[in-house]
Design a protein around this ligand. Structure first.
Ligand code: PLP
Length: 418
């Protein structure tokens, strides 16, 4: 029995239920992953008790000598992982509580209300912090969206024209549902030709970038933001990399601009995750994530589905469900009943409402962490289509659920309660 079970059975029962759900469902949400026990151990440590407003060596509280060391390790590892391979000097802030906080701090630090920013349209794969009208990025700034061309790839020529017309202060590159490689060099050329800064939000691709299996924004972007919990497989959180001359403005926009005390236990967990990401095993893992995504897309296409942009070159893909006549919302519910977790997602020019959609987004980071290889991925892809082709058939649902149970039992995530 864990002590939490004894101390607070009411909360513990739901944590335990969630642990079991993670074990017995196939997780295909592209932004999720399973952090290692070491990462969770750091996050569950006594560092949660410590106030450390400020930065290493310059704190507003006493007793920060040990947490300073932890934060310095996180910064040093982040630089070693992302900056050194690209041969660039950048400053790092490991304190943002989340990806959204990281992006908000960059805008707050570098822009004035009403300044123009360009970001990939939410409807075509962008993130809500890239200018959506309800988000700070769209409420306080003049956000102009760019989008995809007829081939469902980012239309760089149109982006260039838009940048010339709109004269943005900052261009955001990055996405939440875009399967292709992004040409960060071209983004930088466009941004710098109109005097704009380039911010790359690599949240989705960070682990792939770290492993060298996706193009790096380092060496091109003036600022790189990321989450630490997606492909990077760390604790929930954010980080900001910036050109040294932007450090002062952005650091003060994180603290005291938009945050108070940093979450030192999460920073410790970020440091552990960054340490893991520096290993050869992590590189192999990320290569497997990309290969598994390719196999999943190929399997779905062979069964008559369409992948937005035609293919995936990363960990993620958007599946156009219209060939099967089922909505994203219905597919998400049906797959969940069979213990396969996905999220509905709008596809470009989606005829359905955003809460219904014609697509689902699938990603391979989590299934790859639990040891799924091409064979298990192919099986999973076929099970998905079996189910979506027969949404009313209870026998198919039962069979798929049983097959999922076999696959998940053969590849435990943690195995024992952690
Ligand atoms: N940026 C991108 C590209 C994302 O996909 C996400 C999350 O989905 C975020 C930022 C926001 O991260 P968080 O949920 O940690 O605020």
């Amino acid at each position: 029995k864990t002590s939490l079970e004894n101390e607070d059975a009411e909360v513990w029962q739901w944590i335990e239920a969630e642990r079991r759900r993670q074990e017995d469902h196939i997780e295909l949400i592209a932004s999720e992953n399973y952090a290692s026990p070491a990462v969770m151990r750091a996050q569950g440590s006594v560092l949660t008790n410590k106030y450390a407003e400020g930065y290493p060596g310059k704190r507003y509280y006493g007793g920060c000598e040990y947490v300073d060391e932890v934060e310095k390790i996180a910064i040093e590892r982040a630089k070693r992982l992302f900056c050194e391979p690209a041969g660039v000097e950048m400053a790092v802030n490991v304190q943002p509580h989340s990806g959204a906080q990281a992006n908000a701090a960059v805008y707050f630090g570098l822009l004035e209300p009403g300044d123009t920013i360009l970001g990939l349209s939410l409807a075509e794969g962008g993130h809500l912090t890239h200018g959506m009208h309800l988000n700070i990025s769209g409420r306080y700034y003049r956000a102009v969206p760019y989008g995809l061309g007829a081939d469902e790839a980012i239309d760089y020529d149109a982006l260039e024209r838009l940048a010339r017309e709109e004269k943005p202060k900052l261009i955001v590159a990055g996405a939440s549902a875009y399967s292709l490689r992004i040409d960060f060099k071209r983004f930088a050329e466009i941004a710098h030709s109109v005097g704009a800064l380039l911010m790359v939000d690599m949240a989705h691709y960070a682990g792939l970038v770290a492993a060298g299996v996706y193009p790096t924004p380092f060496g091109h972007a003036d600022i790189v933001t990321t989450t630490t919990h997606k492909t990077l497989r760390g604790p929930r959180g954010g980080m900001i990399f910036m050109r040294p001359e932007l450090e002062k403005k952005i650091n003060s926009a994180v603290f005291p601009g938009t945050q108070g005390g940093p979450l030192m236990h999460v920073i410790a967990a970020k440091a552990v995750a960054l340490g893991e990401a520096l290993t050869p095993e992590f590189r192999n893992y990320q290569a497997a994530v990309v290969e598994n995504a390719r196999v999943l897309a190929e399997t779905l296409v062979a069964r008559g589905l369409r992948i937005v942009s035609g293919r995936t070159e990363s960990h993620v893909m958007l599946v156009d469900l219209r060939p099967l006549g089922i909505t994203g919302k219905a597919a998400e519910t049906l797959l969940n009943a069979a213990h396969i977790t996905v999220n509905k997602n709008a596809i470009p020019n989606d005829p359905e409402k955003p809460f219904v959609t014609s697509g689902i987004r699938l990603g391979t980071p989590a299934m790859t962490t639990r040891g799924f290889g091409p064979e298990e991925v192919r099986k999973t892809g076929n099970l998905i289509v079996d189910l979506l082709e027969a949404p009313e058939d209870e026998a198919v649902l039962e069979r798929v659920r049983a097959e999922v149970a076999k696959l998940t039992a053969a590849h435990p995530v943690y195995g024992v309660p952690v």
